[in-house]
Design a protein around this ligand. Structure first.
Ligand SMILES: NC(=O)c1ncn([C@@H]2O[C@H](COP(=O)(O)O)[C@@H](O)[C@H]2O)c1NC=O
Length: 515
């Protein structure tokens, strides 16, 4: 007789599949709760403890962990010695295993949950059942996802059994499932014990959706969620309107959020992102003014960009936004009227931030072929406490404000990064150049192209100047103050240059390379 073991945390609806199997001559075995559930619904079912001759003990910590169960799953059907042992130990074969696990993920997300409750939701026996059945997929069918049931039923109806091909696919899925489950637990424990770079690790990744394509149309792509953090992130953002987000949209939106993090709880601020770099950013008296000034930073590049604002999107800002084509708008909140205005653009994706915590969680993982680079997020360095004026001239209060602003933006520009800021508005960005001098030149060109005047502006450089040439050029162009990390062997040359030109220079002591 064929036998199926049902052990389910979420039991709803399992009776129809159990009934299907019973009608085809299967015997059903179940753990305590599932047994009760099926019995109450009139399904003939035997309790696991009847098979093991041993009761469930320790509040269910041990239910199925028994040779009568695991032997019935794991013995090799074509092996005569296994068959003999099976008979002599009166072990009954189990051909189907249907399991869903204790809800560890849902438990850690509960408010005020205790560690004790969390630990009790680490499933042991269910995971062992899944792995045993998946290991013996040649003869056993493992089901961890209800979505697979229709196909299995179809195969049984048609052929009287489930094909090896399907069993192999189900085993693959089962191993991924237990790996995901265990990575969730190990990540939780790493966070709890503050173990940042463990010797071994698994990343819990759950697919959220397929994406139309990757960076380019010939690349397939999907979106995965890494952990259950509820802090502010693109993954957690609510998509209120617009077309499906693309792979590049997610990357750009993430870049946009990184900048918004620096300006949370600040004056009205807007930023426009293109290809993960800011092409415009500005403060304003109002959000509308901030947006208009951000667009004026580089109106040509802003076209088709991603807009981020740090305050509730209002009607007037929305009215200005829809004058041009943008891909995405990101805001912490939307006035209903503003939302209606933005929705007149049918392709504009509207993202509302969710959560209250801006700090990034966990570690930053970067895939390289054959491995992964892992580092902490770059979440330091914005405090002016570490800043040191190294020139005879000190920045004025206004210049200091601009330096702070420029430094926050430069941190999020691809290296080599040079940013020019004047009166709380980015007026030039040089991004991702192989030479810092080229970045400075490009930033200047941007400034001149859009008719903004560099005279009186400040400059930020994400890393130190190896030579004095950038300082010389900047001063000649009209830059009045510079912020940079310092740390070059030739720092003194740059300081001398700044002093000769009578401009102010500040060392932050912290570098913000972004590769
Ligand atoms: N301890 C065991 O031997 C054991 N065997 C199966 N389970 C889990 O127990 C749950 C079902 O239990 P019940 O049918 O009693 O409600 C399933 O989520 C299953 O994954 C177990 N529980 C946790 O490890």
């Amino acid at each position: 007789m064929n036998r199926a073991l049902f052990s389910l945390y979420h039991k709803e609806g399992c009776e129809s599949f159990a009934r299907f199997l019973v009608d085809r001559g299967y015997e059903i075995l179940s753990t305590g709760g599932t047994y009760k559930y099926l019995q109450e619904r009139g399904i003939p079912v035997s309790e696991v403890s009847q098979v093991t001759g041993f009761p469930e003990v320790f509040d269910g910590r041990v239910k199925t962990l028994h040779p009568m169960i695991h032997g019935g799953i794991l013995f090799r059907r074509e092996n005569s010695s296994h068959q003999q042992q099976l008979t002599s130990h009166k072990i009954v074969p189990i051909d189907f295993v249907v399991v869903n696990l204790y809800p560890f993920k849902e438990t850690i997300q509960k408010p005020n949950v205790t560690l004790e409750e969390i630990i009790e939701q680490i499933d042991i026996g269910g995971v062992a059942l899944i792995r045993a059945a998946a290991k013996n997929y040649h003869d056993v069918c493992i089901i961890v996802d209800n979505n697979d049931i229709p196909l299995i039923q179809e195969e049984i109806e048609k052929n009287g059994s489930v094909s090896l091909e399907t069993r192999t696919r189900l085993a693959t899925k089962a191993f991924s499932h237990t790996a995901y489950y265990d990575s969730m637990i190990s990540t939780y424990f790493q966070r709890m014990t503050e173990m940042t770079f463990p010797m071994e690790m698994g990343l819990p990744l759950k697919k959220i959706s397929s994406l139309r394509y990757g960076e380019n149309p010939h690349q397939q792509a999907a979106l995965y969620r890494s952990f259950v953090d509820a802090n502010i992130s693109t993954i957690n953002a609510e998509i209120l309107w617009g077309k499906e987000m693309s792979y590049n949209n997610y990357l750009d939106a993430d870049g946009c959020l990184d900048i918004l993090r620096e300006f949370a709880n600040d004056k009205p601020f807007a930023v426009i992102i293109k290809h993960t770099n800011p092409c415009g950013a500005a403060y304003g008296q109002t959000l509308q003014e901030a947006f208009k000034r951000a667009k004026a930073s580089d109106p040509v590049s802003a076209f088709g960009g991603i807009i981020g604002v740090n305050q509730t999107m209002d009607k007037s800002t929305a009215t200005s936004i829809i004058e041009d084509f943008f891909e995405i708008v990101i805001a912490p909140e939307y006035d209903p009227e503003a939302l209606d205005i933005l929705k007149t653009k049918k392709n504009l994706r509207i993202l509302k931030l969710k959560g209250s915590e801006w700090m990034k969680k966990g570690l930053n993982y970067r895939r390289i072929e054959g491995g992964m680079l892992v580092q902490e997020w770059d979440q330091v360095g914005m405090s002016q406490e570490t800043w040191k004026v190294v020139t005879r001239t000190s920045p004025t209060d206004e210049q200091n404000e601009d330096l702070k602003f420029a430094w926050k933006i430069a941190k999020h520009v691809k290296s080599n990064a040079i940013v020019y800021v004047k009166a709380g508005q980015v007026i030039g960005v040089g991004a991702g150049q192989m030479s810092r001098v080229d970045s400075a030149r490009i930033a200047l060109e941007k400034t001149t192209n859009v008719g903004l005047h560099i005279q009186g502006a400040v400059m930020a450089s994400d890393a130190f100047f190896p030579f004095r040439d950038t300082v010389d050029t900047a001063a000649k162009d009209g830059i009045v103050a510079i912020v940079q990390p310092g740390g070059s062997m030739r720092d003194q040359e740059s300081i001398d240059a700044a002093n000769e030109h009578g401009i102010a220079m500040v060392f932050t002591g912290i570098r913000h390379f972004k590769h």
